[in-house]
Design a protein. Structure first.
Length: 284
């Protein structure tokens, strides 16, 4: 019982320390998402063939609305596949707020953003170049589908309420994840847990990239916490967060009626994320 109480208190205290930082970060994110996401999307359309570059830059901003908006624009053939891929790869979902909320892990933020930004730009430009080579159109003059995030309810209560709501949700989930990891480490033992996660294995990025495909913030929360705790390598967390496109893939399968194309995009995203993580681990 004493062990259970210690694990519970450790998880609660570790998570509680993040609350003021989380709220501040989410307040900024909500402002950017609801006040500037439409401007980001419009600016991206004007970039033309350089869409992947702008997509990668905008995608680095941790917000779900932009990946959803770009998915709708792609479904309407108003942005290229390379731009879509660049946004998906650059998107980090909850990883950036979590790292920023922990003073000990702030040093990892810029390295993570830079790695994902470079991968996103290169992958996006390469995808568009290959499609152009095979004479496949990247854009068609169709109207985009309606923005599926417009009915999320955030606009009805203001950005402070939305920031508080997201902070509470992530706080609860972080606490549950921290608690689960605490029990896992104590029950399984650090060596066995590392074995499950294939620590020091060249195949770890492939497992992390698979986890990243889960269309929920839980994937990025788990991956980020495992990286901070030392269970995941830098290449592996990059792999997992590169495939973690938030709700983008869910919206893609809902709005884009070409199921084969959606599956191909998902496979392509997984391959880019896993191989990028593998290369990073081999180089570093």
């Amino acid at each position: 019982m004493d062990l259970v109480i210690d694990i519970f208190l450790d998880a609660l205290l570790d998570t509680a320390k993040m609350l003021p930082f989380l709220f501040g970060v989410y307040l900024l994110i909500e402002y950017l998402e609801h006040k500037a996401s439409d401007k980001f999307a419009a600016a991206l359309r004007r970039l033309g063939p350089f869409g992947p570059v702008g997509g990668a830059a905008f995608g680095c901003i941790p917000q779900c609305g932009f990946s959803v908006a770009i998915t709708n624009l792609f479904s309407g053939r108003l942005v290229s596949l390379g731009t879509l891929i660049a946004v998906y790869i650059a998107t980090s979902d909850e990883a950036i707020p979590i790292l920023l909320s922990n003073p000990q892990s702030v040093k990892y933020v810029w390295r993570l953003i830079l790695a994902k930004l470079v991968i996103a730009v290169l992958a996006g430009l390469l995808v568009d170049a290959v499609l152009k080579f095979f004479r496949k159109k990247g854009n068609e003059e169709n109207e985009p589908y309606a923005d599926l995030c417009e009915n999320c309810g955030c606009e009805d209560h203001g950005i402070v309420y939305s920031a508080f709501k997201h902070t509470v949700q992530i706080f609860i989930f972080l606490f549950i994840v921290s608690l689960a990891l605490g029990f896992a480490i104590n029950l399984l033992g650090e060596e066995r847990l590392n074995s499950i996660l294939m620590t020091d294995s060249v195949f770890q990025p492939f497992l992390a990239a698979l986890i990243g495909l889960i269309p929920n913030c839980s994937a990025s929360v788990i991956l980020t916490n495992l990286y901070v705790s030392g269970s995941l390598s830098f290449g592996s967390v990059v792999a997992g967060l590169s495939t973690g496109a938030g709700l983008g893939l869910v919206v893609l399968f809902k709005t884009n009626k070409n199921i084969k194309e959606n599956i191909a995009i998902t496979v392509l995203l997984y391959a880019i994320g896993a191989l990028s993580g593998l290369v990073i681990n081999l180089v570093m």
